[in-house]
Design a protein around this ligand. Structure first.
Ligand code: DC
Length: 227
């Protein structure tokens, strides 16, 4: 018997664990996982790498035509290539965190990336995580989840993640950065972060990583059984 493969949209604020959880859920289901935040981060990396002014929307949008952005799904997540160069390892740097919400607010950037995301999702059996997946990228997704946690819990998780790495920062700085990104992502004009009416709210503030994965897998199972 073949089990129906569905499209899953996971949206939510920065640091809610969307990427790490989506990756594990996708592996367990043998689904394709697409980290759309990594695509916005890769564009931001290219803008900084070319020393463009992040506030110059026209220059940023002109750059898109030359990027040749490509994604590769691997066992450990998504790799992102710009003009054939694997830039994945640069995408979590604080300077990217500080600028990515500005780049993600530009209409041309969003159009360029949304087109690519929709084309990749056509294969079915996919999990996409981001801010506008349920609202814009996959409005027909069979399962939509809004994954969130308190700002304190999200900052603490990010802080633990970056301990001992070159991206290490004090907890207060991380909490400030997470709060600022939340504000920008929720209040921008183009595709702001919203919980769409049909999305199931998962608040993981008091859940462990494994509990969140198990809960999401049970939501997928329920949804697949209804199909
Ligand atoms: O999920 P993340 O932290 O890697 O996302 C990085 C930034 O990209 C985030 O500040 C908002 C933006 N983003 C977006 O606007 N739309 C998406 N689908 C994914 C990310």
């Amino acid at each position: 018997m073949s089990i129906k493969k569905i499209a899953i949209a996971i949206d939510g604020p920065a640091g809610a664990g969307k990427s790490s959880i989506s990756k594990v859920v996708a592996n367990k289901l043998h689904y394709l996982y697409i980290d759309t935040g990594a695509m916005y981060r890769a564009v931001t990396w290219a803008v900084l790498h070319e020393h463009l002014d992040v506030h110059n929307q026209k220059a940023v949008e002109r750059l898109l035509k030359t990027l040749d952005l490509a994604m590769e799904a691997t066992e450990t997540g998504c790799k992102v290539y710009i003009r054939g160069e694997d830039v994945t390892e640069f995408l979590r740097q604080p300077k990217i965190n500080d600028n990515v919400s500005i780049i993600a607010s530009y209409k041309g950037v969003r159009q360029y990336l949304v087109e690519r995301q929709q084309a990749m999702a056509e294969v079915g059996g996919v999990i996409l995580d981001g801010r506008d997946i349920g609202s814009v990228v996959l409005p027909k997704a069979e399962l939509k989840i809004y994954l969130t946690a308190s700002v304190e819990a999200r900052a603490k998780r990010r802080w633990l993640e970056v301990q001992g790495t070159p991206n290490e920062l004090p907890l207060e700085a991380i909490q400030r950065s997470v709060t600022e990104r939340d504000e920008m992502d929720k209040n921008r004009k183009e595709s702001p972060l919203v919980q769409v009416a049909e999305a199931i709210l998962v608040d993981s503030s008091d859940m462990t990583f494994d509990e969140t994965v198990t809960h999401i897998l049970s939501l997928v199972e329920e949804r697949v059984n209804c199909e």
